[in-house]
Write a protein of this length. Structure first.
Lengths: 397, 346
C-alpha cells in the first residue's frame, strides 16, 4: 500500500536529483559557504606569511604583555604593570559605561522632547522643535568638543572649586564626591537594601492586582519610598553605621580621597545623550502621531484626562512604532562613543585601538578585536530591544 | 580625532590587511627607488603640525626639520627639493601608513626604540634630533622640579613613547598622577590651555614648539628634568635595503657637509675648486658613490644645494634664532661636544 502513495513533498520519482529545489538551494548555499571559508582562510594564511616575511609581530600573545601606561578612569583595578588584556577590559567597561548612561539619559530626554513637540502649549512646542532642529543638525564631534571645552573653561581650577556643603566639589578636574568606606557589618546593610527592593516590587504587584479586583488604589509610591529608606536605615542603626564616608581634601595639585567623575566622561555622555535624544524625540513624535486620533477621543469620552490618556492609551500603542527605530538610535549612540578619542576619554578605541595598538604595532589583530567587540555590543543591544519589541508588538487575533 | 581621520585610519588598516592578505607572499615588486622615480616624487609622512619640525604655513607649504629632511631625500633622487608630497599623520597612525606603503619615508619626530625597530617591520635610518622627554607647567603653580609633581594631572598624546616614560618616571619616584591622553597634538594643547591638566609632557623640542600655540606662552615654563632618551629620526619599511641605504646616507651626507664646512652658499664654488679629497668625494667629483645607491654621483651636492648641511637645516628650523630657541646641545657635531657624527664617505 505504501508504495502506491506518492509523497507530497521531496523529489518526485524519475526527476533528476539535481532538479530538486530543496537539494539545489542547500547545495548552492553550501558551495557559497565553502567559498567564503576558503577565501577567508587563504586571506589569513597569506596575511600571516607576508607579515612574517616583513618581520612584523603577529598573534595574540601581546595581550599578556605588560601595558606600562596609565588610564585616567578605571572601573576595575588597573596599574601600569597590568597587561594589555586588562587594559582592553578597562577600555571596554568605559565604553559600556558611556553607552548605558548615555542611552538612559537619551531615552528620558527624547521622550520628554518628543511629547513636547506635540504639546498644545506653544512655548513647549517651540522649545522642543528648536531643540530637535539644532541638536540633530550639528555633527556629534563638535557637540562633544563644545561640551568639553565649554564645561572646562566654565569651571574653576581645583583650588577655587565650587563646593556644595563642603562635601561635593566641582572643578575642571571633574566632580568629586565622598567615597563610601565599608566597615564591619556592612553586609547586613546591603542585605537590608536588597530586602527592601524585593518587598517594594512584591508590594507593587500586589497593589496592582488589588486595583484590578476592587478598583481601589493604594498610595504605592509613598509606601515603597518609606520601605526603601526605612529598612536600610534601621539596619544601619542596628549595626552602628558601618558605612562612613571619606571626604575629598585638596592636597597639592588635586583632590585626594573621595570619588571622581572625570570631565571627559561628563562631556561625552551629555553630548551623546542630548544628540541622540533629538533623534529619539522624532521617533516618539512619529509613534504618537501614528496612533489614530479616534483613540484619544475615545479615551476622553470614557472620562480619562490628558495624562492618563497619554500614559495608558497612546504611548502603549505608539511603542510598536517607536521601538524599531529606537533600537537603531541606541546602536548609534554606542558606536558614536568611539568619538571619545577627541577629548581624551579612555574608551575602547582610545585605550586599545589607540595606545595599545601603537605600542605593540599589531594593527590587524587589535582592529579585528575592536570591531568584533562593537559588533557584539550592537548584537546584544539589538537582541534585548527585539525581545522587548516582541512583547509590545500587536498580537493579531 | 576628526571623523575623517578615523575613516582614514580604518581605511589604511584595511589597506594593510588587504595588502598582506591578498598579495602572494614572496612576490617581488619593483624596488622602492624605481617606484619613487616612476611617480616623480617622494611621499613623506610628517606630523599634523609641530612648529620647528613639520608644520604647514597659511599657504599650505610645509616647513621644519623633518620636512627639510624629506626635501633632502628628494634632492638626492630628483635634483629638486620640491619633489615631495606630505602626508600629515597622527602619532598613532604613522607606522600603519608606512607598513601599508602609503608613504615612502616617515619623518615625524619618531623615537627610535627596540620594539619599533624590531617588531613593526620598520628600520630607523639615523637620528636627526637627539631629544629627551620633559614637562611644561604654568609658572603660577610655582613648581621648580618634576619631583614636585606628585598628584598632578598630565596631558599627553596617545601612541607615543611618552605615555610609558611618564608611567615609569612617576612609578620610580613613588608619585601618583593622572594621565589624559588625546589623539592629536592640538587637542593636547587645547586641554592644557583650558586648565584640564597641570602638566603637559612630550619631547622637550616638542614642548618648545607646542608652547608657541598657547594663549600666553610666557606664562609657562619647561622643567629642568629630562626623564628619557628620545632619539628622533626618519623611518623606512623593511624589505628594501637600497632605499634604506639612500635615506640613511642622506643624513650622513648633511652631517659630513657641516663637518667639512660645505654650505648651501659655498657648495657650487667648492664643487669647482675644492682640493680637499674628502670634499671632492662628498660632492661627487671624485669616486662614484651615488651609483652604488642607484642615484646620481652628485647626490650630496644636490642635497646641500637644495636644503643645506645639517647645521643650516637645524638653525633654520629650531635653532636659537627661531621662535623655538633650541641650543644645539646634544645635536652639535661630535667635534664640538655633541653627538652628531657623519659616517665617512669613502
Amino acid at each position: 500500500m505504501s508504495d502506491l502513495v506518492e509523497p507530497v513533498q521531496g523529489h518526485s520519482k524519475g526527476a533528476s536529483f539535481i532538479n530538486d529545489p530543496k537539494v539545489r538551494s542547500i547545495g548552492l548555499q553550501l558551495v557559497a559557504l565553502i567559498l567564503v571559508v576558503v577565501f577567508g582562510w587563504m586571506f589569513m594564511e597569506n596575511a600571516r606569511d607576508n607579515l612574517a616575511a616583513q618581520k612584523i609581530a603577529t598573534g595574540f600573545g601581546f595581550l599578556d604583555n605588560t601595558a606600562g601606561f596609565g588610564i585616567s578612569q578605571t572601573l576595575i583595578p588597573y596599574t601600569e604593570t597590568s597587561t594589555y588584556g586588562r587594559a582592553f577590559v578597562v577600555g571596554l567597561l568605559n565604553t559600556i559605561l558611556v553607552a548605558v548612561v548615555g542611552i538612559f539619559l537619551a531615552t528620558i530626554i527624547g521622550f520628554l522632547v518628543g511629547i513636547g513637540r506635540l504639546s498644545k502649549n506653544f512655548v513647549v512646542r517651540l522649545i522642543s522643535t528648536t531643540y530637535v532642529e539644532v541638536l540633530r543638525n550639528l555633527p556629534p564631534l563638535f557637540q562633544i568638543l563644545f561640551w568639553y571645552l565649554a564645561v572646562l573653561s566654565a569651571l574653576p581650577s581645583p583650588r577655587d572649586s565650587i563646593s556644595l556643603f563642603g562635601e561635593v566639589f566641582l572643578s575642571n578636574r571633574g566632580i568629586i564626591i565622598p567615597r563610601p568606606l565599608f566597615g564591619d557589618g556592612y553586609g547586613i546593610v546591603l542585605w537590608a537594601i536588597g530586602l527592601a527592593l524585593l518587598l517594594a516590587i512584591l508590594f507593587g504587584h500586589w497593589a496592582a492586582g488589588r486595583q484590578e479586583e476592587t478598583g481601589r488604589r493604594l498610595p504605592v509610591l509613598w509606601i515603597n519610598l518609606a520601605m526603601l529608606i526605612g529598612i536600610p536605615l534601621i539596619a544601619m542603626i542596628v549595626t552602628g553605621f558601618p558605612i562612613t564616608f571619606e571626604r575629598p581634601e585638596l592636597k597639592g595639585f588635586n583632590f585626594a580621597g573621595g570619588m571622581r567623575v572625570i570631565p571627559e566622561f561628563v562631556a561625552l555622555t551629555l553630548a551623546l545623550a542630548t544628540y541622540t535624544a533629538a533623534f529619539i524625540a522624532e521617533n516618539v513624535r512619529a509613534g504618537i502621531q501614528s496612533v489614530s486620533h479616534g483613540q484619544t477621543e475615545a479615551a476622553h469620552s470614557l472620562g480619562l484626562r490628558n495624562g492618563p490618556t497619554l500614559r495608558l492609551v497612546i504611548i502603549p500603542q505608539a511603542m510598536r512604532v517607536i521601538i524599531p527605530p529606537l533600537t537603531s538610535q541606541y546602536l548609534n549612540l554606542t558606536k558614536n562613543s568611539s568619538l571619545a578619542v577627541g577629548i581624551g576619554y579612555p574608551d575602547l578605541v582610545a585605550v586599545f585601538a589607540g595606545t595599545s595598538l601603537n605600542q605593540t604595532g599589531q594593527a590587524i589583530e587589535i582592529i579585528a578585536i575592536t570591531m568584533g567587540v562593537y559588533l557584539l555590543l550592537s548584537i546584544i543591544t539589538a537582541f534585548i530591544m527585539n525581545a522587548y519589541n516582541k512583547r509590545v508588538a500587536l498580537v493579531e487575533r | 580625532m576628526k571623523k575623517a581621520a578615523i575613516m582614514k585610519r580604518l581605511l589604511s588598516t584595511f589597506a594593510l590587511a588587504g595588502a598582506f592578505g591578498l598579495c602572494a607572499a614572496g612576490a617581488q615588486a619593483a624596488t622602492k627607488l624605481d617606484q619613487v622615480k616612476a611617480k616623480g616624487f617622494v611621499q613623506c609622512g610628517v606630523s599634523q603640525g609641530l612648529p620647528g619640525f613639520s608644520s604647514p604655513d597659511d599657504k599650505g607649504s610645509w616647513t621644519g626639520l623633518d620636512v627639510d629632511f624629506c626635501r633632502a631625500v628628494a634632492s638626492a633622487i630628483f635634483n629638486d627639493p620640491t619633489k615631495v608630497k606630505f602626508t600629515p599623520l597622527s602619532a598613532k597612525d604613522r607606522f600603519t601608513a608606512l607598513q601599508s606603503g602609503d608613504i615612502d619615508i616617515l619623518s615625524r619626530n619618531t623615537t627610535w626604540t627596540i620594539t619599533r625597530d624590531t617588531s613593526l617591520g620598520l628600520n630607523f635610518t639615523g637620528v636627526t634630533y637627539y631629544d629627551g622627554q620633559g614637562f611644561m607647567i604654568r609658572k603660577d603653580k610655582k613648581v621648580n622640579s618634576a619631583l614636585e609633581l606628585s598628584g598632578a594631572s598630565v596631558c599627553t598624546q596617545t601612541g607615543t613613547t611618552t605615555e610609558q616614560n611618564l608611567a615609569d618616571y612617576f612609578r620610580a619616584n613613588n608619585m601618583t598622577y593622572e594621565v589624559i591622553a588625546f589623539a592629536t597634538n592640538d587637542e593636547v594643547v587645547k586641554a592644557y590651555d583650558a586648565g584640564r591638566c597641570d602638566v603637559l609632557t612630550t619631547d622637550r623640542s616638542g614642548l618648545a614648539g607646542e608652547r608657541l600655540k598657547l594663549t600666553n606662552p610666557d606664562d609657562h615654563v619647561v622643567l629642568p628634568e629630562i626623564i628619557s632618551k628620545e632619539p628622533l629620526g626618519p623611518v623606512v619599511a623593511h624589505g628594501d635595503d637600497q632605499w634604506f641605504d639612500i635615506v640613511k646616507w642622506v643624513l650622513f651626507a648633511q652631517i659630513n657637509a657641516e663637518e667639512l664646512g660645505v654650505t648651501s652658499k659655498n657648495v657650487e664654488e667648492q664643487q669647482k675648486s675644492a682640493t680637499n679629497p674628502e670634499i671632492k668625494r662628498l660632492l661627487g667629483t671624485e669616486g662614484k658613490f651615488g651609483e652604488g645607491m642607484g642615484i646620481g654621483n652628485d647626490w650630496a651636492f644636490q642635497i646641500v644645494k637644495g636644503v643645506g648641511n645639517y647645521g643650516e637645516m637645524y638653525d633654520r628650523n629650531v635653532g636659537p634664532a627661531t621662535p623655538l630657541k633650541l641650543e644645539r646641545g646634544a645635536n652639535a657635531l661630535w667635534t664640538k661636544g655633541g653627538q652628531q657624527y657623519g659616517m665617512p664617505i669613502r
